[in-house]
Unconditional design. Sequence first.
Length: 375
Amino acid sequence: MRRLLILEDGTLLEGEAFGAGIDVTGEIVFNTGMTGYQESSTDQSYNGQILTFIYPLIGNYGINREDYESFQPTCKGVGVSERARLASNWRNQTSLDEFLKAKNIPGKSGSDTRVLTKIIRQHGTMKATLTDRLNDSMEHLRDQERATVLATNNIEQVSTKTLYPAPGVGKNIVLVDFGRKHSILREFSKRDCNVTVVPYNTTAEEILTLNPDGVKLSNGPGNPEDVLEALETIRGIQGRIPIFGSCMGHQLISRAKGAKTCKKTFGHRGFNHAVREIATGRVDFTRQNHGFAVDRDTLLDCLIITHEEINDKSVEGVRHRDFPSFSVQFHPDAAPGPHDAISLIDEYLETIEAYQTELARGWTRLFNSRLRVRK
């Protein structure tokens, strides 16, 4: 069966249909990773988007139970150059085609996704439609695409509606879910942390009642300008509890301190993005998935830039001058991708330890001074 991809700029690409048999319209983006199609397809940061993989052959190791980043993916569609007919891997449980059918997500193969990527790089991300209605007039299909309004409540769509625990015996971490990946929970679990996942619109007061040692702000889809309630939450806990943000969490920490964010032409999506740590000169290859970035020129003095992208010099990390709060634009938990930056999670837990030690010393000094006054 044939399927058509219609881009907002008028480009038409015909190919073979697989996955679900439905028509969809969404923002079309590309991913530069050579592997990790399961993790990317189930990453909620792709909510509302048609995800295109540059690597020519996708699906060759199937789908397994370990590599989900969410169990209910919300990307609009998947585009590949060539879909593997046979999946060969000892962990394989089902094929990419069967997986997408089960999740009601359409896919298309048979067109060169590198050509499509060049179009997106030149013209920027845009609306696109996957349709099986090859007999309809192109003008009618284009009119329908133009009339489609893309959602702006992406985080509301993917965030948990109620808090839930990922039990552990170590540090008590509150994870604010803007579209969190399972790999974040996995990494905290490896470090014996007790994690409580809360909705994106949880207030600072509600978070404080959970007595957290630290707060983690997760990744998530869409425009950070559409999540105003999160800014008040961040302001309410900053300086009182150590905060660590990644991806969307990074952008929100910066916006909470007065910075602006801007939409990139085609974003960073993949896991071969080189990032330099400014203080040391160390370069890590990182996993990224974002269409917006922090505007360097709007950062206030209270935030220090700690990381930058080597190619376009975009802001990849900030740290607060006075509070135990820092963030990065990339995903230290990787999944998929290199684990070059995984040490940032350990650095965060060390920050919590140092903060709690300083608090204890402060209380000890205060107690001793009061004791002297009573004597």
